[in-house]
Design a binder for this molecule. Structure first.
Ligand SMILES: *Cc1c(COP(=O)(O)O)cnc(C)c1O
Length: 488
């Protein structure tokens, strides 16, 4: 009896404390309002904010460890502002013109909020039928964008790298590249292929396959004749030409490989064609991009990054497989403790369960962050924004071309331009480094550099939905002014 009294007392004490994890409406309202006020202040200052501020190396987190007592939301938001939301690159800004710009669509953030509050489980149709249907519809929408039929399938991943891993594992399994075949299997790609492909190969146990780096033309596009020849030579050596990796927009220069020509070679030689469209894929939404990306539909697998071209906050990539059942073949597993959710006789099929097509079982419900903005805005503004990015890159190219002291890389296939400051004398590489430094010191806009054929080269990447002509004009003026200072 006393025992049971003690237990009841204990439970009551614990409940009192643990209920703090489920705040009352008044506390929720306060949290919501304060976070809302923070986001409003953030968005209001965004147009005037610097896109890049060098960090001073102060780590506020060490001085503020996680403790036993909770803290005031206002002081936490002030801390977040100071310690997280001040230095480094500001990806939400239209001035972010470096690497591959991201986004941060407002309804997408709210989609995450909805997904988080309801915490709907999207992995298995039995558990979250609507969540699974939402993700299915989004994946199918991307498959249609790629020009594929309904037999295609895909998965919303955390990003392009995990999507690439999933695509390569699917291709490996579909083509029977096992431990015997690995030393004979050949992959064809260019030097411009994204480094995540090497990483994915490593994780997929494929690092010992034969890697053929195919030469490129002067615009950094794969040379189709050289591809064909490399395959022929490998066949003659009794190797197994297996996989060709084409880029639909390289990260470095934005080059689109000649997809129709590569597709034909892949088809004639029974190779798996993977198209890395992480950066470029969503340009299929606008006529200029559609034209450039013709031939993508011939791929066997495609990677697209909604957190790039579609403007979502970081955290959403997509793998798409034309023969959708092959994706399930590599990912559908069964366990007895899942018996209520996934009857073994149809663990794949009937209702679509994303977990059967995914590396992940328990996974973030990624659907709303993509579905909400697409449905809220409709496609028209997305198409316009993507067209605008292509035209902004072209505009930058033409305007910079008018300045004598700059030399330009190839005319942009999509929305990336490479260029170099090229005054009459001096150490050109060093001057370009200093020019980049000067742009970073200014901080209003942010661009990056790369090495092209070993040469230090500046680059502009336009993709953020907040980038408009004003930003490009600012950069042009800044480059001109800083170049004059450096040359003078
Ligand atoms: C960004 C990018 C990737 C990698 O995607 P993450 O989302 O960064 O993991 C792969 N390929 C290309 C062409 C990219 O631009």
């Amino acid at each position: 009896m006393a025992e049971s009294k003690n237990m009841q007392k204990k439970l009551a004490e614990l409940e009192l404390l643990s209920r703090q994890l489920d705040p009352e409406p008044g506390v929720r309202k306060l949290l919501f309002e304060q976070v809302g006020a923070y986001s409003e202040a953030f968005l209001e200052q965004l147009p005037a904010a610097k896109t890049f501020i060098r960090d001073q190396g102060n780590d506020g987190f060490t001085a503020s460890p996680i403790g036993e007592q909770g803290e005031e939301v206002s002081s936490l938001l002030a801390f977040y502002r100071r310690e997280v939301d001040t230095t480094g690159i500001l990806p939400a800004s239209g001035g972010q013109l470096g690497y591959i710009p991201g986004g941060g669509l407002y309804p997408s953030a709210l989609g995450d909020f909805l997904a988080g509050i309801s915490n709907r489980y999207s992995g298995v149709a039995f558990a979250g039928p609507g969540a699974a249907r939402m993700e299915h519809s989004l994946v199918q929408w991307m498959c249609r964008l790629a020009g594929w039929p309904e037999s295609a399938a895909g998965d919303l991943t955390s990003g392009g790298t995990t999507a690439t891993l999933s695509a390569l594992v699917t291709a490996r399994d579909a083509c029977g590249i096992d431990h015997i075949e690995i030393p004979r299997a050949c992959v064809y790609l260019t030097e411009q292929a994204h480094h995540c492909i090497g990483k994915a190969m490593h994780v997929a146990g494929l690092k010992d396959i034969q890697k053929r780096v195919i030469p490129m033309d002067s615009r950094f596009r794969m040379d189709v004749a050289a591809l064909e020849q490399a395959i022929r030579e490998d066949r003659a050596r009794d190797l197994n030409p297996w996989l060709v990796i084409a880029s639909a927009g390289t990260t470095d220069t934005g080059a689109v490989d000649p997809l129709p020509g590569i597709a034909e070679v892949a088809k004639n030689n029974a190779l798996w064609l993977h198209v890395d469209a992480a950066y470029g894929g969503f340009f299929r939404l606008c006529p200029e991009g559609q034209e450039r990306l013709a031939g993508m539909e011939a791929a066997d697998s495609i990677v697209m990054d909604p957190h790039k071209g579609l403007g979502l906050p970081y955290g959403t990539g997509a793998v798409l497989i034309r023969e959708g059942h092959l994706l399930a073949r590599s990912n559908a597993y069964y366990a007895d403790y899942m018996q209520d959710a996934k009857p073994p006789e149809h663990s794949v099929g009937q209702a679509f369960s994303p977990a059967d097509y995914s590396l992940e079982l328990t996974r973030p419900f990624r659907g709303p962050r993509m579905w909400f903005p697409l449905k809220f805005f409709g496609l028209r503004p997305f198409r316009a924004a993507l067209s605008e990015k292509i035209w902004l890159a072209r505009y930058f190219y033409e305007e910079l071309g008018k300045l004598e002291e700059f030399e330009l890389g190839p005319y942009p296939d999509l929305s990336i331009v490479t260029f170099r400051f090229r005054p009459d004398g001096g150490d050109i590489d060093a001057l370009n480094r200093r020019l980049l430094q000067a742009v970073h010191d200014d901080g209003k806009v942010f661009i990056t550099s790369t090495l092209i054929g070993g040469t230090f080269t500046l680059r502009l990447a336009v993709l953020n939905f907040r980038t408009h002509r004003q930003t490009i004009d600012y950069l042009l003026k800044l480059l001109q002014a800083k170049a004059e200072e450096l040359a003078g």
